[in-house]
Structures are given as C-alpha cells and as structure tokens.
Design a protein around this ligand. Structure first.
Ligand code: FSX
Length: 381
C-alpha cells in the first residue's frame, strides 16, 4: 500500500481527468437531429411514419415483419443529409419527386411529402429558400459533415471539346459541371442518379447528324455523359462510389422515394440490375404487367391510332410501343399518384428508362416508332 491519502488520490484523479479527458455535460454535446426528432418536429407521428413504411414494404420487397425493427432503428439514427445537384436536364425529375404524395395506392392520410420531411435537404437550388453565399455554405457544410446522399439529375458535359477549347455547356458560379460534381461527390456515402439524363446521358446526350460528315454515323453534339461515367473519369476515389440509377424521363415519384427510403431504413443499397437500377422497381418490363399483353399474345395489334383495334384496346406494339424492352414500374405503380400509365391512355411506351432513349429504333434499321429521328421526315409513307 502506498501512503497516498484518499484526498490526494482524488486530486490526482481529478487532475488526470482534466488533462486527458474532455468531459462534456449533456448540454455541451453537439445536438444531432435524429429522424425521429425531425418527424416529431414536423408533426409526423412515429405511428404515421411506420404506416407509411409498411405501405412501401411490398414495393421495396422488405418483409412486413421486418419493417417495425428497421423503422425503429432508423428513427434513432441521425437524419439523412441530402445534397441535390442539377446539371443538364429539364427539371422534370424534381417535379416528379415533389409530387410524390399523396398517392392513392400508398395513401398515408394527411402526411404529404413525407419523404422530404424525412430527409435533411441541405442543398437544392430549386427547392431551398436560401440563395447565394448562404446556399453555398449550406452545401459546403453538408459535404464537410460527410455521409450524405448526393442526388443528381441531369447529365455532365465535357469541360473541353476535341480541339481543347472550353465547351461552356454547363457553367455555374464559374465552375464547370464536372468540377461541381467532383466537389460534391467527394464525401458522399451514396450517389443517386435521378432520371435518364443522369443515369445514361438521356436527351442532352442524344445523337444527331455530324455536321462534318452528314451521311456518316450520328454523333452527340454535347458529348454529355452519365453521372457514373463522369465519376469514373475522376479516378479511383470516385469510381468506387456507390451509384444507384433511378432512370426514367422522368422517373416515377414513388420509385425515387422508395429508393431513398430503402437506403434510410437499410443503410445499404437495394439489389441492382446490370444498369445499376434497383431490381425491385426495374426487375420486370412494362410489357410484363401490361393489361394489353393478352392482345399481344393473340397477335391483335393497333395499326393506326384511329383504327378499330385502337378502339378495342389492342396491343400498341406496332405503333412503336417499347414496353417489351423497357424495364420500369409504370404498369404496377402507375403515374400521377397511381392514376394510370401511357398505355391506359392509348399511347405506347416510349422506353424512357432505358439506356439510349431518344436514339434507339423500335425495329432495328426501320426507324419505326417514337425514336424515329426528328431531323428526318417523320411522316410514314
Ligand atoms: Fe432528364 Fe430530369 Fe428527362 Fe427532364 O432532371 S430524365 S430531361 S424529365 O428533368 O433529367
């Protein structure tokens, strides 16, 4: 036994603690908002959020029995920060997302835009109230905190053309699209490419005649690429980022919401197809669940939009419908809050969720269908 008195021992321990430990009172600890806090502050009860998630469970292929545990864990987790960037696009994707609720199929009583409530949307040029320096600070803060989801719509143009001259296709705050993407992606836990432009290049990457060789192969005048392709070109730090493509021009609101909620609940990405799309939404073709499929199987087709077959609701394949080659959830989740989908309105599927949308032909070599290039005669002989 040493001869140290209890008093001296207490003093030594206190000195050690003050030297080596940062003792914080509860009040001094930084406040980290949980998803539960955020929902409560927005007037959304846990019960309502649970009900909402239960409504999505079948769509997200999560067993209903597992959902309560996932929701409880998510409610105790920090609210998920989202940085939303827009590049070459038409804003149709964001328009689709903000229309996410109410939905007649996944109705959640009075809860509207629950997805936007469940996320901390720290930067979105279109939706955020702050602008200028304040908005940029908000983005920089979110990036510095890490672990955010980077949601991107639109495609990325190259900085320079083949003559090494600036293309100037996308400049914001004096920075090119590539620089803005690179800065925002650095600390992202997940990158979600919303829309076909972000997923595959889409409309801004569509091909037209080469002015130097009008009869030669068609080229993309903008040279726009998908988000994943741009990330890969930035090197290994970016090439290994987890990317989910939520394609469609625009994508279905519930598909965007379901993908983000899946990540919030599971802290991991859902199973993806070879085009990095969640299989739970893109696992089947539009044709697989189309109510006109029976006519396809019996060889009964619409041949013009005003013929007897059109009035009888026959299959629209000969009118250029891309349903058999298009992976999406239009015929199951439907559009406009579960109201309907194009074939219900008598129009074929455009194939907007597939790579090459705008450039593909319905029937190879014949240019039939909605992909028929607009710079040649569009009237069929
Ligand atoms: Fe593209 Fe989206 Fe089509 Fe538009 O953001 S997928 S043109 S609906 O707006 O990017």
């Amino acid at each position: 036994m040493s001869n140290v008195s209890k008093k001296e021992l207490r003093n030594r321990i206190a000195t050690r603690l003050s030297e080596h430990l940062e003792v914080q009172t509860l009040d001094e600890r930084p406040y980290i908002e949980t998803l539960g806090d955020r929902l409560a502050n927005s007037g959304v009860s846990r019960r309502s959020f649970m009900k909402y998630c239960m409504g999505l469970s079948a769509m997200m292929a999560i067993p209903a029995s597992l959902m309560p545990k996932l929701v409880e864990a998510a409610l105790l987790s920090p609210v998920t920060s989202v940085v939303y960037l827009s590049f070459q696009e038409c804003t149709g994707c964001l328009e689709s997302l903000v229309n996410v609720f109410p939905n007649t199929q996944y109705k959640t009583d009075s809860i509207e835009n629950i997805l936007l409530t469940a996320l901390s949307l720290d930067y979105s040029e279109t939706l955020m109230a702050p602008s200028g320096v304040q908005a940029e600070k908000s983005k920089a803060d979110a990036i510095a905190k890490k672990n955010y989801i980077l949601v991107v719509d639109g495609s990325i143009p190259p900085d320079k053309d083949s003559n090494n001259k600036p293309t100037g296709f996308f400049i914001q705050h004096g920075k090119t699209g590539r620089t803005l993407l690179q800065e925002a992606a650095i600390n992202a836990a997940l990158v979600v490419s919303v829309g076909t432009c972000a997923s595959f290049g889409g409309l801004p990457a569509a091909k037209g005649p080469d002015p130097k060789n009008p009869t030669g192969p068609r080229i993309s005048p903008t040279g726009a690429t998908s988000i994943q392709a741009a990330l890969k070109s930035f090197g290994s730090t970016y090439a290994t980022k987890k990317v989910i493509n939520v394609s469609g021009c625009p994508p279905i609101a519930e598909v965007i919401a379901g993908t983000l909620i899946y990540w919030i609940l599971n802290k991991t990405a859902p199973e993806l197809d070879s085009n990095l799309r969640p299989k739970m939404f893109y696992g089947e073709t539009v044709h697989d669940e189309c109510y006109r499929k029976e006519f396809f199987e019996h060889g009964q087709f619409v041949e013009s939009f005003d013929d007897a077959g059109a009035r009888k609701g026959y299959c629209l394949f000969n009118m250029g419908c891309k349903g058999p080659i298009t992976h999406n959830a239009c015929t199951t989740l439907k559009w406009n809050q579960g109201t309907g989908f194009p074939m219900e309105a008598g129009h074929g599927c455009l194939g907007c969720s597939e790579p090459g949308f705008w450039d593909k032909e319905a029937i190879v070599g014949q240019g039939i269908g909605f992909y028929k290039p607009l710079d040649i005669n569009t009237v069929d002989d």
